[in-house]
Design a protein around this ligand. Structure first.
Ligand code: ADP
Ligand code: MG
Length: 677
């Protein structure tokens, strides 16, 4: 692609300034789209809302008056007749304009409309009529030395000299199907929109193009993953599996039945399963895991369940044993505390196939562990396991089906974006009769009442979590806060209750000890930073108090809240928060109104936008120039469906009209030009 210096009128100096904005070649420049537009359409004042930006044309009605206040500060006031309205126009610090204006001059001003005072605070003033062609002017994000005028000029030059070379990426049939304008016209309209409709068409076209390219990439990855890594077809025993489901202590929810169908179909197919299972805390993922593992064993394979911590491994081992051992399936737990002779025996049994299911941390696949015939690997809390673990598995020569389970509800749009190369199953229904957690939003001044409520629950023999104030990006201060809160509570409760403390600076084994003690009710109150494990199960804990709740994301609050409400007793969550903004208040309010993680995650996405949704560090989100995942989600779905069909068609991989899309895939390194049809 040609460098920007190939454009006549752009020299080295400008090129350097452009490079600072990551604009290197002509394509970069042409596709450096405005993030908003100045709207210069003339408006009838009667329709303009207070505080809106407007442009009007009018006649200077009387001699403008100029007042100085301070040495350099001035205010120029003009009485302007606009149609039948007489309004005021105010300009700050441009005294020289007074001389240029005479009574009865026709002028055009742009600025902010003050509806109460019938006044415009003007940012621009032009003698004469408005430029009729320019209803909108593009506004670009700037960096370094570049000015708005400068970038507009560069783009103008690029378009006039190279605009005609813009290549069409979308083939005719797709453009026809969705009535999309061609690429060149779309680029032109985004930089120089003539009217609103024109801009909308241009946006539509690019939104689709961006999503299609992105989804083609994801779907190609998925195809490669499926077809080029050998899978195992697990011919599970359908009758036995159905009978196993029959004898469970409860009927499955519809959602559970649906996801099990999806999982079993994957296991049976010759492809390797690569599936994400999402389900809110308590939605019953464990039993889904148990059924899948049962099916795998019935097909003559072994299964593994991996979780992030040893405590969770113990808890899962217990639940799986309860479900699977009565039907003759052997489950074993492998943790670092299984040592010596016992460990050796266990490993031998695993190798000979005498153990059906192994449960543990990721050490399961890293250490000296050898399976006889591994068919299915399930990982809980998928974000802790990554590509690396999968590579290790592959290097061990096993290509088991893989199911990732997560309790973090991710809105569908984000799920299919971030996990675009995976298949996604969602349990969006809770088992019947589940008590919801009563949630209250309380101002910090009411701490006394919170303490007495805590006392009440403790008197009933229940336990309490206290989540500490969060200070962004300062682990050290977070720890200090936890220590302070712990001190306060120890002082308040004297020796009546044992109060534990947990934070990120504790060594892992100490954390485990604290958690264990809380689990055994040796500690009645647990003061903790957010390190308290997702998935930890202490049914006797019925109250959670969260400090500074406004600082957490809704999904995170929901995750934390899921630590209570795990027993038969009514549970409570108290959010201590004093949010200043309306959004902040709305967020606290919605927490008190719903217990549905998916509703909350959609709301969170809406209120905070996709960038903030996952937090700053781990975003993994693609960047789009024009498209917006939240608002354009319908286009995203459409593009995903189209991409899925395309990558499976041999026409896509061969036809000339798809050449540009294919070469884009090559550029992104997804595939290296080999035929995938
Ligand atoms: P999670 O999705 O958080 O892992 P669990 O699998 O731990 O949820 O399930 C939470 C509780 O709900 C368990 O006690 C489990 O036995 C119970 N459960 C799961 N499925 C059902 C169902 N279909 N009907 C009634 N109770 C269920
Ligand atoms: Mg679970």
């Amino acid at each position: 692609m040609q460098s920007v210096t190939a454009i006549k009128g752009i020299g080295e100096e400008t090129a350097t300034a452009l490079a600072d904005m990551k604009i290197y070649n002509i394509k970069d420049l042409l596709e450096y789209f405005p993030y908003r537009y100045e709207d210069y359409r003339l408006r009838d004042l009667a329709e303009v809302k207070h505080d809106e930006k407007i442009t009007v044309e009018g006649k200077v009605h009387s001699e403008p008056s100029l007042t100085y206040y301070g040495r350099k500060r001035s205010r120029l006031t003009i009485r302007l007749l606009v149609d039948r309205y007489l309004i005021q126009v105010v300009l700050f610090n441009q005294p020289y304009l007074k001389k240029k204006l005479a009574i009865n001059d026709q002028i055009t001003v742009s600025g902010k409309w003050d509806g109460h005072r019938q006044m415009i605070t003007a940012s621009e003033l032009k003698v004469g009529s408005p430029d009729t062609k320019k209803d909108f002017e593009p506004v670009y994000a700037l960096k370094g030395d570049m000015t708005l005028k400068g970038i507009r000029r560069c783009i103008q030059l690029a378009f006039s000299q190279y605009g005609q070379w813009v290549e069409e990426t979308l083939p005719e049939p797709l453009r026809k199907k969705y009535k999309l304008i061609n690429r060149r016209d779309a680029i032109k309209a985004l930089h120089y929109p003539l009217e609103q409709g024109n801009l909308k068409q241009a946006r539509r076209r690019f939104v689709y193009e961006e999503f299609l390219l992105f989804q083609l990439k994801m779907q190609t990855l998925r195809k490669i993953e499926r077809e080029q890594s050998k899978g195992t077809s697990q011919e599970y025993d359908e009758e036995k599996t159905a009978a196993f489901i029959q004898q469970l202590p409860f009927p499955l929810t519809n959602a559970q039945s649906r996801v099990i169908k999806e999982i079993l179909a994957d296991m049976k197919s010759i492809y390797r399963m690569n599936r994400l299972l999402q389900g809110d805390v308590g939605s019953g993922k464990t039993v889904v895991a148990a059924i899948s593992l049962f099916a795998s064993v019935s097909a003559g394979f072994q299964g593994a369940l991996m979780v992030p911590t040893e405590i969770l491994a113990e808890q899962h081992a217990e639940s799986l044993k309860e479900l699977l051992e009565p039907v003759g399936i052997s489950c074993e737990l492998l943790t670092s505390s299984v040592k010596g002779k016992r460990r050796k025996e266990l490993l031998v049994k695993l190798k000979t196939g005498d153990i059906d299911i192994l449960i543990g941390t990721h050490a399961l696949i890293q250490e000296e562990v050898e399976f006889n015939k591994l068919g299915l690997v399930i990982t809980d809390e998928q974000h802790r396991f990554g590509v690396e673990q999968r590579r290790i598995l592959r290097e061990k020569g096993v290509n088991p089906d893989v199911l990732f389970m997560t309790a973090t509800p991710i809105p569908r749009t984000l799920a299919i974006t971030v996990f675009g190369e995976m298949d996604v199953s969602i349990i969006d229904e809770m088992p019947a009769g589940r008590k919801s957690i009563e949630t209250y939003w309380v101002k910090p001044e009411m701490m006394d009442r919170v303490l007495s409520f805590m006392n009440k629950e403790l008197l009933k023999g229940r336990q309490v979590y206290v989540i500490c104030p969060l200070i962004e990006e300062s682990d050290k201060l977070d720890v200090q806060n936890a220590i302070d809160v712990h001190g306060t509570l120890v002082h308040f409760f004297q020796n009546r209750y044992q109060i534990g403390l947990m934070h990120g600076r504790l060594p892992a084994d100490e954390k485990d000890i604290v958690m264990k003690e809380f689990g055994e009710n040796k500690l009645q109150v647990l003061v903790s930073t957010t390190v308290v494990e997702v998935g930890v199960n202490v049914p006797n804990a019925t109250l959670m108090v969260i400090y500074d709740a406004e600082r957490f994301g809704l999904s995170q609050l929901h995750q934390l809240r899921g630590r209570v409400g795990r027993g038969s007793e009514q549970s409570y969550c108290i959010l201590l928060a004093d949010p200043k903004s309306e959004t902040g208040k709305e967020r606290m309010k919605i927490m008190t109104e719903t217990n549905d993680g998916f509703v909350l995650s959609e709301k969170d996405l809406e209120l905070r936008g996709p960038g903030d949704f996952f937090g700053k560090k781990q975003s993994g989100l693609p960047e789009f120039k024009v498209a917006d995942m939240v608002h354009d989600f319908r286009a995203l779905e459409t593009a995903r469906q189209d991409a899925a069909i395309l990558v499976e068609s041999s026409y896509f991989w061969n036809a000339d009209e798809y050449q540009l899309l294919r070469s884009y895939l090559e550029e992104t390194g997804v595939f290296d030009g080999e035929k995938l049809d």
